[in-house]
Design a protein around this ligand. Structure first.
Ligand code: AMP
Length: 546
């Protein structure tokens, strides 16, 4: 029933390429597409203030009415029906794109004094609305539509209206994560361009973090794939016919940095059948430097990424392994909607040739086994474990609890440099002090960075020089001895503990931070979240309390 109403509505918009994407976003309970840089940042109190101004009621009266209605949408409907503000001009008729434009304007208003400006745009929007429009506008803004539509139903409606296979709509959604793009592709009969195919890199599935086997067992309550976490460079290997290409975490091509793989890979064999040369695939895995049964520091490999020509010497000095832990495409078929249990099964039927190997993992729900496996992984020199829900699909570009990494407690976090200062003495003239930030994901935005520490140690003189050059190329504000920069340089920072602190706007500070690595392979969307920091903090209080 809902599907029919929704389909009829989308059908009525089917020639309007401007409104269609906005409509599906709103119905799917979003304002902006996933991954968009826009965040509303409009608190309840701002909305209440605007409504009280519109209805000329004081905040007590408004609070009382809110309690009676119990819902911001209904409150807005009421307030706008009592509208006393007279628009100087004729009320503008609202359209989806005019609403969207103004919501974008609200999101785009940032910095000091932005609160007032946001309020005034919202007020204008509500003044132009009918009571019923106001009701749904506020529901959309608060992401409280509650009309019983899920993204899944919107996908079904899209497939119906534009006569597309639901399977393709779903895969396109998994790949792009953006329903506003998918609806246009469906309409233009172009879904196939967004489906998975070899030689076109896809976003990586990412892992959340947990800090103990106990936490993991309690959370999942079922056997998990428990796999070594290898410390190297994430890489996707694509094979089409005789061609092999390798892509980095940032989806750029890095085939030339690893000739051993591009050449070795052609000789793969299928365990059960004969010829492998015609088979296409996409693999996910980690390239690690590995010698005499032990991993080497991954920076040795990173060096290769900057080299124009790889010499024999570099290749023999840092022998590598490509450890395969997933497969997203095989023999003409996308596998991302299959469970990882099935994907592992397919992988187990392929015998890779050195230097390509399958990862080491086992299925278990025993805390003791997880701990033993963790110790084994650390003993060899790997980083820890990644635990995976065996029933999970491959979710490109998503960080979620389908995969969780188990690292050593109070280990390292990834943060981004936001401010840099010139040093003293030997370090005068170079930017050697870095204030770094984590991401506040409560607002689901990469633009919400919160500082958490300042580090001056851990880098070599050469690295500081190189970082100085980079920082100087991304200046936003120059104050002489210190500069504010675009958040682009990612640091992996080790620390002793986390404390509460007013010094940084995250409310926390790392104690004794040391820079362990500059993570050129990562970007700002990969850094740790403030919420993770809070969890580490709580965990550590708990440990200390014990
Ligand atoms: P982190 O870089 O700390 O966010 O940890 C996630 C990264 O661990 C992934 O992006 C991979 O590069 C790497 N990794 C190493 N081993 C595995 C594994 N078995 N499964 C998934 N990711 C892994």
């Amino acid at each position: 029933m809902k599907i029919n109403i929704l389909s009829d509505y989308l059908y009525s918009l089917s020639d309007d390429e401007e409104s269609l994407p906005i409509a599906v976003l709103f119905f799917a309970g979003r304002i902006f597409p996933q991954g968009s840089k826009f965040v509303m940042n409009l608190g309840y109190s701002t909305i209440i203030q605007v409504l009280s101004e519109i209805a000329t009621l004081d905040s007590n009266q408004i609070q009382k009415i809110y309690l009676e209605h119990g819902d911001m949408g209904a409150l807005s409907e009421y307030a706008v029906s009592k509208k006393n503000v007279v628009s100087l001009f004729q009320r503008e008729r609202l359209t989806l794109s005019s609403i969207y434009g103004r919501l974008k304007e609200i999101a785009d208003t940032i910095g000091s004094g932005s609160g007032k400006e946001k309020k005034s745009i919202l007020k204008g929007l509500l003044v132009d609305s009918s009571p019923q429009e106001a009701k749904y506008l506020i529901k959309i803004i608060n992401r409280e539509m509650r009309i019983g539509l899920t993204e899944g139903l919107v996908e079904t409606a899209i497939s119906k209206v534009f006569h597309q296979d639901l399977k393709d709509v779903r895969e396109s959604m998994l790949v792009s994560g953006d329903i506003s793009k998918v609806v246009l592709l469906a309409k233009r009969n172009l879904l196939h361009t967004s489906l998975i195919k070899p030689l076109t890199p896809i976003s990586y599935m990412l892992a959340d973090v947990m800090f103990s086997a106990e936490e993991i067992i309690n959370y999942y309550q079922k056997p998990l794939i428990c796999e070594f976490k290898y410390d190297g460079i994430r890489a996707q290997m694509h094979k089409s016919g005789q061609q092999i290409r390798i892509f980095s975490r940032k989806l750029s091509e890095i085939t030339n940095a690893f000739p051993e793989l591009a050449n070795g890979g052609v000789n793969l064999k299928l365990l059960s059948s004969t010829l492998f040369s015609d088979i296409d695939f996409i693999l996910d895995g980690e390239v690690i430097a590995f010698q005499n049964g032990k991993p080497l520091h991954f920076q040795e490999l990173q060096k290769r990424l900057h080299k124009k020509n790889l010499t024999e010497k570099i290749m023999t000095e840092t022998p590598l392994l490509y450890v395969v832990f997933d497969i997203m495409y095989f023999n003409g078929e996308s596998l991302i909607k299959k469970s990882i249990r099935e994907r592992k099964e397919i992988l187990s039927n392929i015998s890779f040739k050195d230097p390509i190997i399958n990862s080491i993992y086992k299925l278990t729900n025993s805390e003791e086994e997880i701990i033993a496996m963790f110790e084994k992984s650390r003993g060899i020199g790997h980083e820890g474990l990644v635990l995976k829900d065996p029933d999970s699909q491959y979710h490109p570009g998503k960080r979620g609890r389908y995969w969780v990494k188990l690292k050593k407690e109070l280990d390292t976090i990834d943060a981004v440099i936001v401010i840099a200062e010139y040093g003293h003495g030997k370090r005068a003239g170079v930017l050697s002090d870095y204030t770094f930030a984590v991401r506040d994901v409560e607002n689901n935005s990469v633009s919400n960075l919160r500082t958490i520490g300042k580090a001056y140690s851990g880098l070599t003189d050469d690295e500081i020089l190189e970082t100085t050059k980079k920082l100087q190329s991304i200046i936003i504000k120059d104050e002489g001895t210190r500069i504010t920069v675009r958040p682009e340089i990612i640091l992996e920072v080790a620390f002793d503990s986390i404390q509460k602190s007013n010094r940084h706007d995250s409310g926390f500070a790392l104690r004794f931070p040391r820079i362990k690595n500059i993570r050129v392979d990562k970007n700002v969307s990969d850094i740790d979240s403030l919420q993770n920091v809070k969890r580490i903090y709580q965990k550590q209080v708990h440990i200390m309390g014990r």
